[in-house]
Design a binder for this molecule. Structure first.
Ligand code: ATP
Ligand code: MG
Length: 142
């Protein structure tokens, strides 16, 4: 029997050791509006490794926010898939934080109320727990 030795690059080998934290595979997304159909994303693929810092740069309307919304789990792709830590994204999760382009605060709530909003939806926390977590988080910002 002849054993075939396939060439393995350093990049391939490191891929095995540190699997990508985020894998975007062949993601497409279009929007229908009165102006017609807009193909916001056309088979986009990329990978982000642990500790890697990635910037998406492009003209207004090229699909940056659409891709981020899909990674955040706020939008569903028409086709393709996104894996976070090896698992398909099925919705928003605390493993993927989003800082929105526009402020996304509830104007009728004060600072404490805005910070407590998400915590109130988290099961298993008492009112005191929520207040402690919110005060600690705000103290980090000063
Ligand atoms: N919900 C929607 N309904 C219809 N069209 C949409 C929707 N969301 C995005 N689009 C269109 O998809 C395209 C990509 O939009 P997107 O917001 O992803 O661009 P962007 O790169 O984030 O732009 P910007 O730099 O202005 O933030 C644009 O043509 C936009 O008008
Ligand atoms: Mg945008």
């Amino acid at each position: 029997m002849v054993r075939r030795h396939e060439h393995v690059s350093v990049e391939d080998e490191l891929q095995v050791v540190t699997p990508a934290k985020l894998v975007v595979g062949d993601v497409s997304k279009s929007f229908a509006s009165s102006a017609g159909v807009v193909q916001a994303l056309d088979r986009v693929s990329l990978q982000v490794g642990e500790g890697e810092f990635l910037c998406l740069v492009g003209a207004s309307g090229c699909g940056k926010s659409t891709l981020l919304n899909i990674i955040a789990g706020l939008e569903k792709p028409d086709s393709g898939q996104v894996l976070a830590n090896g698992k398909p994204i099925s919705g928003p999760g605390a493993d993927r934080m989003v800082m929105f382009q526009e402020s996304a605060l509830f104007p009728w709530l004060d600072v404490m109320g805005n910070v407590l909003f998400g915590l109130k939806r988290k099961p298993g926390l008492t009112a005191k727990d929520r207040n402690d977590v919110a005060k600690y988080t705000l103290s980090l910002l000063g």
